[in-house]
Design a protein around this ligand. Structure first.
Ligand code: CO
Length: 133
């Protein structure tokens, strides 16, 4: 079941510059910094109430986020919806005709995740995540 917004994700050219605003100016605490080689990103997760803001800096121009920045510039990259059962939601949504980028859940920063195709979501990249302890 989809429960809430887990995080909003913003593509940035420089994590360091973005942290100057989100961490230093807004005062949001960073609770995780991680490099995900397989995703081609350096990420910072900031806490905002019970939710998160994720900042993504591409590791190079030939990554998904690198190409996104090239095409669209900095800005909102995706929203992430939290589920308590990603396997069930993925199967149910597929059965309803929703298109997915990931056909199976995989390990991501927010737990087990998968991305829906923007064709099915009104043009917004949507991630589903089932957090793990
Ligand atoms: Co995300």
């Amino acid at each position: 079941m989809i429960q809430k917004i887990h995080h909003l994700s913003i593509a940035v050219r420089s994590l360091e510059d973005a942290l100057r605003f989100y961490r230093d100016t807004l005062g949001l605490p960073v609770h995780k910094l991680a490099t995900q080689e397989d995703q081609g990103v350096k990420a910072a997760l900031l806490t905002i109430g019970q939710d998160e803001i994720e900042l993504l800096e591409p590791l190079g121009p030939d990554t998904a986020v690198g190409r996104f920045l090239e095409r669209r510039g900095e800005g909102l990259h995706h929203i992430c919806l939290q589920t308590d059962d990603i396997d069930r939601d993925l199967a149910e949504l597929k059965a309803k005709g929703v298109e997915f980028i990931d056909q199976e859940p995989r390990q991501g920063l927010a737990g087990r995740i998968c991305f829906l195709h923007p064709r099915s979501t009104g043009g917004v990249l949507v991630e589903l995540a089932q957090p793990q302890e």
